[in-house]
Design a protein around this ligand. Structure first.
Ligand SMILES: Cc1ncc(COP(=O)(O)O)c(C=O)c1O
Ligand SMILES: [Zn+2]
Length: 438
């Protein structure tokens, strides 16, 4: 399936190098998609040229980006900026990407979590804290790649279907790049997510329905003239967008001293982040940038939206859609596009998928804050609670290097920890302080 960008737009795809026919160039003469050479079908493997397409024309399977990397060294990467753009040679972006207006996300903290590790009996635990991104979630990574593709393919409006964080990331990236934006979310999201999505000045549309209904509506819009020239980052730009999550894998490995963690716990909504972290680890091994040693991938869901966990536990390959009901609204995707690929990655690496209750999510948000000073949104509560559950079940090696991902900021979801507040309100006197028993 292809999708035509606005026909009036100056389109980088029109400019192709004489030496390498078919390779799109940017205005400054760079290969617009870097070392990416094709889109390849995740089902049948058939390749098609890079362009505004996201579904295989032979089997309707989803497309992903394929590369011819050549040689890339650790030194090449280490010379790069303190953002995802240090990995530009591993992404479908032009070499001068860091010079173009964007939010420069990434290179977030990898925190050695000794206190949390002690509580959970894990001796080498790290939190990858992606709340430190420009709009406070990992979504800035994926949007930055989609923005580049949108520019190169001539889209004029940046759009998405979102569970909240993506809407804010798209709004901010479009504002910075000078593009229009129009983003779609299910009605009933947290106030912090709504404000974060609206403040950048683009259009924010709440749809009376679930995320899955929002997503279906966006697919209809893509086929309609009302959506002409619109790049939906997670739909018709998905082969590029999803590559952004590989940068989590690259950063974790580099921050560990160019080593893969033995165990990693990753949140699942559509499942894209998990499958692309796996792809990132595989690419690092293939390029000889890290030692080829086994790693185990663990997926985390909320019990109130656990279609992948249910399929994993039942030994099924097919993910049956559910209607979500959980406080982890950012992970509330009942029909996850990457569900089967998550099952493949988890089973191939000897990991697991687990789910946790809303009460366990809230407990984990508080535990992470109390032990490490990191305030997570419910998605981070889900991964930390699943980490705890897996540790208690004996499914994790307590001595192995373990990373848990916090993908979003608790400031956007204050209601999750409602009831948290002042210890006491007193008069400004020593007598009052002593009387309060503090
Ligand atoms: C904070 C947060 N973490 C994780 C995810 C999961 O993303 P994916 O759809 O790639 O599984 C999302 C998706 O919206 C999110 O907002
Ligand atoms: Zn195919």
């Amino acid at each position: 399936m292809t999708f035509a960008p606005a026909s009036t737009t100056a389109n980088a795809v029109a400019a192709t190098s004489a030496g390498t026919p078919g390779v799109p160039l940017t205005a400054s003469g760079q290969a617009a998609f870097g070392r990416a050479v094709a889109l390849s079908c995740r089902e049948c493997g058939e390749r098609s040229p890079i362009g505004p397409r996201y579904v295989c024309e032979s089997c309707f399977g989803p497309l992903e980006t394929a590369y011819d990397f050549g040689a890339i060294t650790r030194a090449d990467i280490e010379r790069g900026p303190a953002s995802i753009w240090r990995y530009a040679p591993l992404l479908p972006v032009p070499a001068d990407v860091a010079d173009r207006p964007n939010l420069n996300p990434g290179w977030t903290r990898l925190v050695r979590a000794g206190n949390l590790g002690k509580e959970l009996g894990l001796r080498s635990l790290y939190v990858k804290d992606d709340s430190g991104n420009p709009t406070h979630s990992f979504k800035d990574r994926v949007v930055a790649i989609a923005l580049e593709a949108a520019r190169s393919l001539g889209f004029t409006t940046l759009s998405c279907s979102s569970t909240g964080n993506l809407a804010g990331a798209v709004g901010a990236a479009a504002a910075r790049a000078g593009l229009d934006s129009c983003v779609f979310v299910p009605a009933g999201l947290e106030t912090g997510k709504i404000v974060m999505a609206a403040v950048y000045g683009g259009r924010l549309v709440a749809i009376d329905g679930t995320y899955d209904e929002v997503n279906r509506f966006c697919s209809e819009l893509i086929g309609d003239e009302a959506g002409e020239g619109w790049g939906f980052v997670n739909v018709n730009l998905r082969p590029f967008y999803s590559e952004g999550s590989k940068t989590l894998a690259f950063e974790i490995a580099e921050q560990l001293g160019w080593r893969l963690p033995a165990q990693i716990v990753i949140p699942i909504a559509s499942g894209s982040q998990l499958t692309k972290i796996d792809k990132g680890f595989k690419e690092l091994i293939a390029l000889g940038l890290v030692e080829d040693r086994p790693y185990r991938i663990f997926g985390a869901q909320a019990e109130g939206c656990s279609p992948v966990s249910a399929a994993y536990k039942a030994g099924r390959d097919v993910v049956q859609p559910v209607r979500p009901d959980t406080i982890a609204k950012s992970l509330a995707i009942g029909n996850p596009a990457d569900g089967p690929y998550v099952l493949d990655a988890v089973r191939r690496t000897g990991g697991a998928v687990e789910d946790v209750t809303d009460a366990q999510i809230v407990d984990a948000i508080r535990r992470l804050a109390r032990t490490e000073g990191i305030f997570a949104e419910p998605a981070g509560g889900v991964t930390v609670a699943v980490l705890k559950k897996l540790a208690e079940q004996g499914k994790l090696d307590p001595d192995a290097e373990t990373v848990v991902i916090n993908s979003g900021d608790g400031l956007k979801t204050l209601d999750a920890v409602a009831g948290t507040g002042v210890t006491a309100t007193i008069k400004p006197s020593l007598a009052a302080f002593r009387a309060a028993g503090l």
